[in-house]
Design a binder for this molecule. Sequence first.
Ligand code: SDX
Length: 430
Amino acid sequence: MAESKSAKLLVEGKEVDLPILTPTAGPEVIDIRKLYGQGDVFTYDPGFTSTASCDSTITYIDGDKGELWYRGYPIEQLAAESHYLEVCYLLLYGELPTETQLTDFENRVTRHTMVHEQMHNFFRGFRRDAHPMATMVGVVGAMSAFYHDSVDINDPLQREIASIRLIAKMPTIAAMAYKYSIGQPFVYPRNDLSYAANFLHMCFSVPAETYNVNPALARAMDRIFTLHADHEQNASTSTVRLAGSSGANPFACIAAGIACLWGPAHGGANQAALEMLRQIGSVDRIPEYIAKAKDKSDPFKLMGFGHRVYKNFDPRAKVMKESADEVLDLLGVHNNPTLQVAKELEKIALEDEYFIEKKLYPNVDFYSGIILEAMGFPTSMFTPIFALSRTVGWISQWKEMIADPQNKIGRPRQLYIGSPRRDYIDIVKR
Ligand code: SDX
């Protein structure tokens, strides 16, 4: 990135000259790396609302226009024309694969979908009613105890093997977490099925009978994976990068990302959004909840609404909304009350001056739960499916950071507002 111009900062009479870096797209950035050294001051930006933590070539978001690109390709085109494993290749390696490259990549992923048989024992340590996200954090972290041949982050080959293993095994681990929670036997992956069909088969087939995956549902599942694959420097991706900056192994870093994604302000919002829609229950109760969302004294927020970056429609929400109609029609779930409430809630909210003024629109989590519920998933599986989908984004961002020669441990500073220095007081004098 060429330095084109600079910003001048006057601090206590001292002028600090800070380069301005020019991006391919989006806002220019002021490079403040030498600010503390030259100006003896920190910047202050809790929540990183105005801070670029890195440079990246992977994903671009324009929040005002509601645009999302993976390696320059708009999400709408990828959702319509591509499929998840091709998107994985694109995110990992930067270009759309040739037919040969894609076949080779799909074969490599397919042949890593089984987990070490010993890992089955980890699940038995959890209560059956454990949230599947708790299980996934534990089991994915434990992968570093099994796959010692892919934890040396300084070996590009080991980084590659770890990436393939994580993308390949996440559906198996997520499906095992689901099966364990409902007391059904684990179902092994099948190499004759596509990535999405394999996941549905591992979740919904039982030994007692044959389960044929509905190709249209597999297509819808695959599209959901693509829509969630990556999203710039969101909270969980930033967590993975920060964990990776210490040199932690990739399995530990992805486990950290899963833990962060679990929060209801982030990936946990898809579960919270569906539970909210169920709680609202009917269209006539929407005004009551809109009022709660606007009431500053009420902590209630419309789950699935609002976004740090999007101040326009989340492009993923648009695709998801279309997909919800398709899937529910396919399943003959017409007039799904939850979908009716969701559509009416979206309509009313987008006409309300509070939401217009604060630029709050439906995000990726608003409609996804409706589709997943219609497919037969319990709400507790919504965020694990988000985690499964986002693994390729996390690992692509992790690889980009590790391969960056400028990479150094992430270590923010602070604005200290605690007590001035003071001497210890013996307990008898307190
Ligand atoms: C994801 O970062 C990513 O890219 C994440 C993600 C990804 O793919 O990785 O896109 C996935 O996490 C999507 C977001 C899912 N979360 C939710 O749906 C939870 C509900 N949304 C909010 O919690 C909130 O909108 C956030 C957390 C998503 C964004 O919060 P910000 O950017 O910190 O914005 P904010 O909380 O400062 O909100 C600005 C104002 C506030 O009012 P004021 O203090 O200015 O008066 O808008 C209000 C908020 O109170 N507001 C809402 C609201 N979201 C924000 N009011 C009611 N309902 C909401 N949903």
